[in-house]
Unconditional design. Structure first.
Length: 131
């Protein structure tokens, strides 16, 4: 039998060690770097967590928001050319990690398009499902 999915409460997934940095792909030259946000999510629920989505808000001259799914995959930006990085990032975003109770994983989001004058980054757990 299939196990039913339930929505986990806001306190059941803990986000920590969040930081953002500009990084340059291997072939970037004088091109604009990408902006990488990395953090760790810990599952405090009594059941495994899946489809942990983060809401990332970038504020500069404009504000953009994006919903990102935690995959547990971390990309070393400097190892890839910009075109390869875009493909790898897209592939990683198409899957979701399963996080056991009490376990944690690293979440990463790579932004190719971000506001000029980026000055503030905020990240919150948007949703998670439990099994």
């Amino acid at each position: 039998p299939k196990l039913a999915r339930t929505r986990l409460g806001p306190g059941q997934i803990h986000l920590s060690n969040v930081h953002g940095a500009f990084e340059a792909p291997r072939d970037s030259g004088d091109a604009r770097p990408v902006f990488v946000v990395t953090g760790r999510v810990t599952n405090n629920a009594p059941v495994a967590a899946e489809r942990i989505d983060l809401s990332v808000r970038l504020v500069g001259t404009e504000t953009t928001s994006e919903r990102v799914t935690c995959t547990g995959a971390v990309v070393n930006v400097a190892q890839f050319k910009a075109q390869e990085l875009a493909l790898v990032t897209k592939l990683h975003r198409s899957r979701s990690a399963r996080v056991a109770p009490g376990a944690s994983i690293v979440c990463q989001a790579v932004f190719f398009d971000y506001p000029a004058g980026l000055r503030t980054v905020s990240v919150d757990v948007a949703s998670a499902q439990g099994r």
